[in-house]
Ligand binder design. Sequence first.
Ligand code: CDP
Ligand code: MG
Length: 726
Amino acid sequence: MSSALYSKYNVGSKTKSSKVPLKFKINSSDGMYFGNRNGNGASPSKKMKLTENGCANGNAKRAISFGTINGVSLTDTKQKNIQEQRQRLPIFEHKSKIIQLIRKNKTLIILSEAGSGKTTQIPQFITAAKIHDEGRIAITQPRRVAAISVAMRVAQEHGNGLSVGDYVGYTVRFEDVTSKKTKIKFVTDGMLLREAINDRLLLQYSVIILDEAHERTIHTDVLFGIVKKAQKVREERNLAPLKVIIMSATMDVDHFAQYFNDCPVVYLEGRTYPINVHFTKQPLEDYQTACVATFFQIHKQAPPSDDVLIFLTGQEEIETCAHQIRLLAKDPEVEGPPVKVYTLYAAQPGTQQMAVFNPTPYGTRKVIISTNIAETSVTISGIKYVIDSGMVKTRSFHPSTGLESLKIQRISREQADQRTGRAGRESDGICYRLYTRSQFELMNKSSIPEIQKANLSSVCLQLLALGIHMLNFDFLDKPPLESVEAAFQELKLLGAIESIESTNLTPFGKKLAKFPLDPKYAKILLTAENYGCFKEALTVVALLSSESILLNPPSRREQSQLSRQKFNSGYGDHITLLNIYMAFENIGKDNVKNWCQEHFINMRNILYVREVKNQLKEICKKCDIPASSCGGDIDQLRKCLLAGLYMNVAELHKDRQYITLDKRQLTQIHPSSVVHGQLPHYVIFTEVVQTTKCYLRDLTTLEGDWLNEIAPDYFKSINFRSNGHI
Ligand code: CDP
Ligand code: MG
């Protein structure tokens, strides 16, 4: 594009060659394989070049389609195509070398560019070679969407008409699609951590692959320590050995290798094609509009087979951008082929997420607008252009304000490079970065690991359930002491531990740990019997633990809000959601689809809430919580919510502002809340959104005199008197 908006530089291989051989580098001093991105690892004195036979030709483009969960039945031709695709993956031809390395080492780190075939192929290599054949293989994924989609893909590749849940299965929160036959199990990192509570040595597994390690999610970070210990203890006790494999997109790996007792590292240099990278010449104020504008500049010139991937931060931005592109593409004044727009974000129904892999008709351009999911977790073929907004939405906890918020911020340089890399998987590519070169240089080198910025109470509770005190845990990078203290403080307030030095959970704490939930939500369920509102509390907690059931398409914002107005409650958003869910339960099975459409409800998500509810109910039964219902007496439910969430209370201050009682932080009610404009005196909040201001979203109103009634010790400790004065 010859726009004056951009300056330009090149990344990727310097030569125009479209094939770069894969390399292993041998460090002859210890006979181990070692390497890093630039080939200047620990003095490699001997290089082994493995030449490449396959070729990444453009024919592989758009050849991916998915079967259904219940029965992947493929024709022979499709199966043949799939096998051909597998064999074209950079990793494939090094199968025997990789198997040899895995067989030889009890711990191994494998690095390669995203899309080389690690996640889908390595588990199959291991089963084919019958390495540690006695147990299962677990492969962790930080995201549900990746765990499910990869399991489906591998089940397809494995063939023989088997469906997901047979030989290949997956376990994500509230969904277990595995059976006794399952040998290869994709599992979210959070779920594997939960499994460790009941099976500390993870004895059902003979191989554990911790995948996408570069993402450094809090659960993967904790699992590093858990599997390392399980491996050691199993060895000491002469139990079946555990093989540990850490897989990651390319990154600085020394730190990892050191942590895993200097284990060997194998770097697979994938095929990367040259990518032209363009920066803006000036900093931009509105990256969202710039995404749309940049897309149409590409669209005007590029052949229809060149697909475009746009990185934005979240559902709302992505849907707005998708809407604008769809609208403008239809404008007769706009030049370019027909466009098919796909979106990809966590809160989206799974079927829609899978749709991004669908082929588009010949002569139609595909554009995918995604969050950072498409950075490394999901690989979509056919991408020639990447537009990078340079922004990401992350959740961070601030011990000083006690608030955990969702904030849009700049990505790291490593993330920027991963995004750029998505344009060069199959041929030369082009990346437009919607920031200047100096803005890029000011970005952090890598993202801060989640463990260093998240609320730790949930993980702290899980570690205690494993008999481990967080301060004694063998972390790759330690969390800040301030956050650990805040977590122990919170667990003490919830009644999970006697004191902040405790290494044991109270009986109540043990019950809390049984729930795959934020401990505050688990407390709501465990105290519901005191308020006789179990049924309602269960529904609200299930709603809060699932993706949003509300659809708010930007083009029909008013219409969607009007259609749901009849459910609005003056008590706030939680009760409004409860009203919607109860109405949904009362409609006949045949009308669900229409009803959801009419009320702008995400059908898949509301059906999922029902699943979550059932699963939580089972856990509650085991904890002997009697079922009860408060019927129309909503005050009971409001009090019960307060019993779990009293740390999340804010009080009306001045100028329509609210102040949180816990850490005296100034906030406002988010305009999307049903009580926005009502100025209730006290509110409970469950979501904090940080943009230019700090907003509270998802609220329930409260009566001031309930505070001391329900959590007297806590409100005494923060010096709060129920007349609203301190
Ligand atoms: O793990 P890594 O990023 O190295 O690659 P992978 O996830 O194993 O993906 C290898 C290839 O498999 C991708 O380039 C896609 O073509 C294909 N794939 C797919 O079709 N569907 C998925 N859900 C995952 C991968
Ligand atoms: Mg992968």
